[in-house]
Design a protein around this ligand. Structure first.
Ligand code: C2E
Ligand code: MG
Ligand code: MG
Ligand code: MG
Length: 280
């Protein structure tokens, strides 16, 4: 942007950029106990069918409520969890809590899905698919109500072992979604071979698509290509009514973004859902 351009080589200091910063060292040390002592929270952001406005699902998004630093976003602590191996128990915690939320949703609408973000580390973890199935069977939630999102670049790093895990998850009828589609070094032939059910178009193409013909062309083409391949399409980062109606006209299956609702805690999300006119 303009400011950083004019500042030349003098970068703006952000504490999380320095690997030895006090904040980073503190967070690294405290992450394990935060997981064990329930200091993490899952927020849920709804996804709608843009044509009917009907709620189709929610995405679970992690927050860490820290006594000193306040709410810490996942982009700051997920990489730490991946480096330390804590991502394994953390993802199990996420799946288990997302399934509890899904069980609550079942009383309102049993077709609503809940998506969790998983890391590439989880795809390489032996026994991951078995653990996911165990969590499902102790939750009373149907596997078809659970979706796992994996970021495009990550899904590609170790294709062979990742694909084995993805196949086992698909076999178990868990939905699989490629997150942030369009930002990684994707090979289209690879996308065709992945055992997935859904593509999430990255918000960098979506948010401004009403003002940028190139972006709207990319989104329309991606929706059509994915439909031809048999995948559902989610657009993330929908911030205006204009973008939502463009996506409806393109037959995009689901929309998600601040225009619909921000991520909310479980109680807020249920209240938001039952208060919607469509359910009255
Ligand atoms: P993501 O999976 O692509 O999640 C979407 C991000 O976009 C979320 O950021 C969400 O709050 C934000 N967002 C939603 N609507 C809008 C919008 O209209 N405009 C804009 N500008 N942003 C919007 P958040 O919650 O900070 O999460 C960031 C990333 O952290 C996620 O990206 C995901 O990759 C990762 N993450 C979050 N929760 C988990 C988790 O439980 N496990 C793992 N492994 N990663 C997670
Ligand atoms: Mg996601
Ligand atoms: Mg992501
Ligand atoms: Mg995304």
């Amino acid at each position: 942007d303009q400011a950083s351009h004019h500042s030349g080589t003098v970068a703006v200091y952000k504490p999380e950029m320095n690997p030895y910063s006090e904040r980073r060292l503190t967070l690294m040390t405290e992450l394990r106990s935060a997981i064990e002592n329930d200091k993490l929270r899952l927020y849920f952001q709804p996804q709608l069918n843009p044509q009917t406005q009907r709620v189709k699902g929610f995405e679970a998004l992690l927050r860490w409520s820290h006594p000193e630093y306040g709410i810490i976003p996942p982009d700051e602590f997920i990489p730490m969890a991946e480096q330390t191996g804590l991502i394994k128990p953390l993802t199990r915690w996420v799946i288990s809590n997302a399934l509890s939320f899904c069980h609550q949703l079942n009383h309102v609408d049993p077709t609503i899905t809940v998506a969790v973000n998983i890391s590439a580390v989880n795809l390489r973890e032996p026994g991951f698919s078995e653990q996911a199935k165990d969590l499902l069977s102790s939750s009373q939630v149907d596997a078809r109500n659970l979706v796992m999102e994996v970021t495009e670049t990550e899904a590609m790093t170790d294709p062979k072992s990742a694909i084995q895990t993805l196949r086992a998850l698909k076999e178990a009828q868990i939905g699989l979604s490629i997150d942030d589609f369009g930002t990684g070094h994707s090979s289209l032939s690879y996308i065709r071979k992945l055992p997935i059910s859904e593509i999430k178009i990255d918000r960098s193409f979506v948010t401004g698509m009403d003002k940028n013909d190139g972006d709207s062309t990319i989104v329309r083409t991606t929706v059509n290509m994915c439909h031809d391949l048999g995948y559902e399409v989610v657009a993330e980062g929908v911030e205006t009514a204009e973008v939502q109606s463009m996506l409806a006209a393109m037959n995009c299956d689901r929309v998600q973004g601040y225009h619909i609702a921000p991520p909310m805690d479980a109680d807020q999300a249920i209240t938001w859902l039952v208060d919607r006119p469509a359910f009255l």
